[in-house]
Design a protein around this ligand. Sequence first.
Ligand code: ADP
Ligand code: MG
Length: 378
Amino acid sequence: MTRKTSSGQLELRGIGKRYGKVHAVDDVSIQIAPGEFLTMLGASGSGKTTTLKVIAGFVEPDSGEVLLHDRAITQLPAHRRNIGVVFQNYALFPHLTAEENIAFPLQVRGVAKTARRARVAEALTTVRLEGMGDRYPRQLSGGQQQRVALARAIVFKPQVLLMDEPMGALDKKLREALQLEIMRIHRELGITICYVTHDQEEALVMSDRIAIYDEGRIRQIGTAEELYERPESVHVAQFMGESNTFHGILEGNGGVSRLVAQDHQPIVVSGDAGLGNGASAAVVVRPERMRVTRDGPAEIPRLDSGHNVLTGIVQDVIYLGSGRRYLVELPDGSLRQARVGAADADPDIGRGDRVRLSWHCADAILLAAEAPARQVAS
Ligand code: ADP
Ligand code: MG
């Protein structure tokens, strides 16, 4: 039976770390609740690993504090922080068996031999590697090695577990299996987990909350639903899921406004998101919020009804089983996408057809304009 570890309440206050001119981490503050699974999600180079290293005690920040249960631990050496760490490359000692690898942190902490043996056995059971304790890393698969690394990170019953792209080196199937294992261990141990990935899907599946990183800063923290439904920036909207983004100048105040641009007809939006008349703005419409109908004699609704209708030519239709995904080229040459559920999709619409893309203004997200988001490196 696995004993519950006490879970840590972790806080970062104004953490900053520079390397030369690069702000690897720039004024990051987060509060992580006991037992929470928080994921840091962002493009490569956005400062995720540096943040984890600051929490673990491998990197000293230039500014800010790390607090565990309201106590500053910024000056404590790594091995005295009671924080477990798993990295992408398993970092196991090749000349030690799985058991010896797992026992290592206990040895460092001066745990007696008999207690050590019991703890190692318990950790092996937790990661489901019973009977494999006497194997060397080279005799284990990648997924098994990563389980040993996980066992080694939890064997001393840390209050917080840090994981930096732990699945990065595994293939898709192993990744999914290990995802489930990590989620089970999180539940069983009740441990606080701080997890790093650049894989949006992984973040969605595993996390209680997600922190979106961008150039050393956190752009937004929230549940997957909050980030998807109520992104506070175009960057977050484009990073979480797929989106159609229209840029323009906002006209009108309050109730209903219009986004006006040279390359597309005015787009009606509800409210003005506090941006005001004349602001440079962006409207984000999720593909599943767009309807696709064949263009024809049916009258196009007036803009003041709140319905937007753009006509374009279908470039591609992808059959998804659950529905269809349409790529539609608008007169300005932009490609837009719509995802329509099986019940509403017209199976006769195909490549080359002229269609109407429509959505109601209440289904779109109005945001301040900003430079396009960087692509995620994988
Ligand atoms: P991520 O984990 O999100 O990919 P990192 O935290 O590894 O990002 O890196 C953030 C930035 O800091 C990058 O520009 C990276 O090149 C830089 N950086 C990280 N570690 C070092 C280091 N030891 N020396 C110099 N630059 C570094
Ligand atoms: Mg990294």
